[in-house]
Write a protein that binds this ligand. Structure first.
Ligand SMILES: Nc1nc2c(c(=O)[nH]1)N[C@H]1C(S)=C(S)[C@@H](COP(=O)(O)O)O[C@H]1N2
Ligand SMILES: [Mo]
Length: 543
């Protein structure tokens, strides 16, 4: 009879109605299961090394496979917040995939298990391919995956039966939407589900937070660093002349405090290096392999120099540059002990986390004071800046020279070995380009009527800055007043007072001169592959 048979349209509506409410529950179950995998692995990982921790391993692997344009975009858009942006992106991606896995699991349990296992396997693969990983580093993730599957099962079973909330007594009428995991003895109500979900969330959050706290507490390197007293240098940095700071207020401090020094690296968790067991090996194309411990390094004739370090990813006007007083052993002294063979032309320096840089051998042997640094502005290197030992090389961008957490130097050739960023499209040879940066007024600043004070910083490591010119709108280029110079390896500040400017919008450009190549090139270049160039221009408004 027609009256006893629901119309197709009604069936469809009922099915949808029953299907829909379960989907968000299943998605939430999936997300909580993924959170559990990560949290449990994070907690267990606290008893292993940082690379055993899933988020770190996932993120590091992601960074290593980041295409050039994306890494560029990230550094240029988020600057030194690029890591926070990476974690946010990862969190969203994982949540979406986990929600899908939850929905899958509810429809067909085996598929859900498979999805969680795939996630666990991907993480294990990331963990095991990190530099220095060993098979035991997989244990936290395997544990996390097991607990994650149990949580997924528990939550899916608690999803209120389809339609139960609206049409009482229809649970017997299962049809196509039967959950793949039978409800078991559990009474499935909304409250029951949310109680279980809430409990899972709280426990996962506690596990993750606890894991981080335990990892921090287990760290012994922090205590050693805090107690460390660096030796005084027999060859201290030349006294700084007066007048290094541009008189224009708002220009960056000439000496960058450690806490404000830009940080750029591929390390998601700061590598923990034990200075007491640290050893640097110099090998490869050498007459004699050399090894040096931290104690021996501190016992050597350390020298102290002010140097400006610059990142190749610094865009025009960017702030990925800083000046510090570095204490360290000239790399040439170690190389002299190792005696490179005549056909070697490069040193591949490698950090404990697998990053590497290729530096021309001659640059490390000449008198420019390339350092194996242990001190920065009178303190042991801060952990983020490479504690216990890093390289700093005057005149070269950081990615080809400034290896932090260094443990290995291989004397080799450019035509046989490549480094981390050169494998990813960046240049092999990367001397710092001459650059002037306008800092005051800031972009789009409103300044009071009257003459306007322009101030900034210019650098041309190894060549020095002999002039900076400024141009207001399309006027003549005029020389700025240079602040004092400490050395050719440090940046130099400038100032310029404009004549009275009409109210409205104006543009200021700046360009620096170095004694070797003259005026810095006007040709704009992107940061890839060997550093940005061009004249920076800044717009501001006179009231
Ligand atoms: N181990 C390691 N060292 C590294 C890097 C890195 O990613 N890992 N980045 C290099 C780059 S690109 C720069 S610009 C400098 C930055 O040093 P800082 O973070 O102390 O300013 O470190 C260099 N040394
Ligand atoms: Mo860099």
């Amino acid at each position: 009879m027609a009256s006893s048979k629901p119309s197709p349209a009604r069936t469809r509506t009922r099915t949808l109605f029953r299907l829909r409410p379960a989907v968000p529950y299943a998605a939430l179950a999936g997300i909580l299961a993924a959170a559990t995998v990560l949290a449990v692995a994070e907690l267990a990982g606290a008893f292993f090394t940082a690379r055993a921790r899933p988020l770190i391993a996932l993120g590091s692997t992601f960074i290593d496979f980041t295409p050039l344009w994306l890494k560029n975009f990230a550094v240029e858009t988020f600057g030194t917040n690029d890591k926070a942006a990476l974690f946010a992106g990862m969190a969203v991606t994982i949540a979406v995939l986990a929600a899908l896995a939850g929905v899958l699991a509810r429809r067909r349990w085996a598929l859900g298990v498979a999805a969680v296992v795939v996630m666990g396997t991907v993480i294990v693969a990331c963990v095991l391919t990190r530099a220095g990983a060993s098979p035991v580093d997989a244990i936290p993730t395997v544990l996390g995956t097991a607990v994650g599957i149990a949580v997924l099962r528990g939550l899916i079973r608690r999803i209120p039966a389809a339609g139960a909330e609206t049409t009482a007594g229809t649970t017997a009428d299962a049809g196509a939407d039967t959950p793949s995991v039978p409800p078991g003895g559990t009474r499935t109500t909304r409250r029951g589900f949310f109680a279980a979900a809430g409990l899972t969330a709280v426990i996962a959050a506690a596990a993750a937070t606890g894991g981080r706290a335990i990892a921090a507490a287990r760290s012994t390197t922090a205590g050693f660093r805090a107690a460390l007293r660096l030796p005084a240098s027999a060859d201290p940095a030349p006294a700084l002349p007066a007048g290094l700071q541009s008189p224009v207020s708002g220009v960056t401090p000439w000496l960058t405090p450690n806490a404000d020094f830009y940080r750029i690296d591929t390390a998601l968790s700061v590598p923990e290096v034990d200075a007491e067991t640290w050893e640097l090996r110099i090998h490869g194309m050498v007459e004699e392999e050399v090894r040096i411990s931290f104690a021996e390094l501190l016992d050597s004739d350390l020298i102290e120099r002010h140097l400006t370090l610059t990142c190749v990813s610094n865009p025009l006007g960017g702030d990925l540059a800083g000046t510090a007083k570095w204490l360290g052993l000239p790399v040439r002294e170690l190389l002299a002990r190792a005696r490179p063979t005549a056909d070697a032309d490069m040193v591949l320096s490698t950090s404990v986390d697998g990053f590497s840089a290729s530096t021309p051998l001659e640059v490390l042997q000449d008198d420019r004071d390339a350092l194996l640094a242990v001190g920065m502005n009178g303190e042991p290197l801060p952990p983020v800046h490479g504690y216990p030992v890093r390289m700093v090389v005057p005149g070269l961008y950081g990615f080809v020279s400034a290896t932090k957490w260094i443990i290995d130097m291989e004397v080799t050739r450019f035509d046989t070995q490549t480094a981390y960023w050169t494998d990813r499209g960046w240049a092999e040879q990367a001397p710092v380009k001459t650059m002037a940066r306008v800092e005051v007024p800031a972009s789009f600043a409103r300044v009071p009527a009257g003459p306007v004070d322009i101030g900034g910083t210019a650098w041309s490591q190894q060549r020095g800055i002999t002039g900076v010119e400024v141009q207001i709108d399309d006027g003549e280029w005029q020389p700025a007043v240079l602040a004092a110079e400490a050395s050719v390896d440090t940046w130099r500040q400038f100032s310029f007072r404009t004549p009275e400017l009409s109210s409205g919008n104006h543009t200021v450009r700046a360009r620096a001169t170095d004694p070797q190549d003259g005026v810095q090139t006007e040709a704009r270049a992107d940061t890839v592959p060997d550093g940005a160039s061009g004249w920076q221009s800044v717009q501001f408004m006179v009231e």
